[in-house]
Design a protein around this ligand. Structure first.
Ligand code: GLA
Length: 399
């Protein structure tokens, strides 16, 4: 394998989606709108969002596009430009599909909007994206957010961006069946170009933190490890955190979530928790503290400190939260050996991607080194993305 074949600098180019829409729906009538929603990379703060904690993600230049037009009936017809498949559903008979799982995202969004009391018209929808699915870059949140913006426009609704993120999360929780937190939908909707967002996942207040790291490239490496049982293991971790809170409340009656447990209190009480709850809770409490420290390091442009915090986060995900994998641990080690100054797994885990901060001058060597050493150690092929940090979702009329 040539080293270059592993690198995708700006990704699979977008086809002419307006033309494709016309071919997919030749008899469609009326205005056509197109929404764009980006994928994300979380710099730090993993598995903290559903513990009411803090996260520090960025929106990246890998995206989903959804084009939509009203129909005169109550049907939603969805064409996937990636799978070249067409599926339809009735708005008053939504049902989760076990075979065509991609259709659960637009169905879930329609379901969340209808449950919130909104009336939706029938729609022709076309979906396209270049975020690797199942890779930990939040392709599903991007589909949900892009569908949300199109549905809203076609239904004549105007929702507040945080409300949109919450409804998209509900689609994932209720319809897709993963009890995920708010991070992915939030950053896909509200991300800001050139900035990470420091999000308080309890209050949903957030603060943009400029990515002022001159000469540093944001590199994402896909491990090639499919995230397999990620959904069920994710829900299990979430339940373990809730169990930890119930036990800790005997000693700290005021806590509502692990976010409320200070690291010094946890250190004092840790021995009272059984394993594996002790390690699970320790990850969340320490990771949550690392997010604030990382935001401060980012503001100060202190890349060395970021490297230390990323390393602590990776160790904690491997040893305490048990969501890493040997391939990911190897990928982090190899990345560091080839010039990445900060490297850790990003996203839910059990496979997926690592996030890396790599000096521009070391980038070539980094891509070459990772492309050579990672397959030699794991027999898996990495895919390397050089990412730009972009704005959150937007919508325009295209026909
Ligand atoms: C997935 C979920 C997020 C978050 C991360 C872990 O991406 O969708 O809500 O919990 O895992 O940080």
């Amino acid at each position: 394998m040539s080293p270059r074949s592993a690198t995708i600098p700006h990704g699979d180019a977008m086809p002419d989606l307006v033309a494709l829409f016309g071919e997919a729906f030749p008899r469609g009538k009326g205005d056509v709108f197109m929404a764009r929603a980006p994928g994300r990379v979380n710099l730090i703060g993993e598995h903290t969002d559903y513990n009411d904690g803090f996260v520090l993600p960025v929106a990246i230049d890998r995206e989903v596009r959804v084009l939509g037009q009203r129909r005169p009936d109550d049907r939603v017809v969805v064409y996937s430009a990636n799978f070249r498949r067409r599926v339809s559903f009735e708005l008053d008979a939504l049902g989760r599909s076990e075979r065509q799982t991609w259709i659960n995202y637009p169905q879930g969004v329609a379901d969340a909007l209808q449950r919130a009391g909104h009336h939706l018209p029938g729609m022709n929808l076309l979906l396209w994206g270049n975020i690797p699915p199942g890779g930990g870059m939040s392709s599903s949140a991007a589909v949900e957010i892009a569908c949300m913006l199109v549905c809203e426009q076609l239904a004549g609704l105007r929702l507040e961006p945080r409300e949109e993120a919450l409804l998209a999360q509900r689609a994932e929780n209720l319809f897709v069946g993963v009890q995920s937190g708010i991070m992915d939908q939030f950053i896909s909707r509200l991300g800001r170009q050139g900035h990470a967002l420091l999000i308080d996942c309890r209050s949903l207040e957030y603060e943009p933190v400029a990515l002022e790291l001159p000469g540093i490239v944001l590199g994402v490496v896909h491990s090639g490890v499919p995230r397999g049982l990620a959904g069920s293991a994710y829900n299990e971790r979430r339940a373990e955190c809730a169990a930890g809170v119930r036990l800790l409340r005997q000693y700290l009656p005021d806590i509502r979530a692990l976010r409320d447990v200070r690291p010094e209190d946890f250190a004092r009480l840790a021995d009272l928790l059984p394993e594996p709850l002790r390690r699970r809770c320790r990850h969340v409490v320490t990771e949550n503290a690392r997010v604030g420290l990382a935001a401060a390091a980012l503001r100060a442009g202190d890349i060395e400190r970021l490297g230390v915090l990323f390393a602590a986060s990776q160790d904690s995900m491997r040893d305490d939260y048990a969501v890493s994998r040997p391939e990911i641990d190897a990928l982090v080690e190899i990345a560091r050996a080839h010039g990445s100054l900060a490297s850790r797994m990003t996203g839910g885990g059990f496979g997926g991607c690592t996030v890396n901060l790599v000096p521009e001058a070391a980038w070539e060597g980094f891509t070459r080194g990772v492309a050579a050493d990672y397959p030699a150690r794991t027999r898996r092929k990495p895919v390397i993305f050089r990412c730009r940090v972009v704005d959150g979702a937007s919508l325009e009329q295209v026909a």
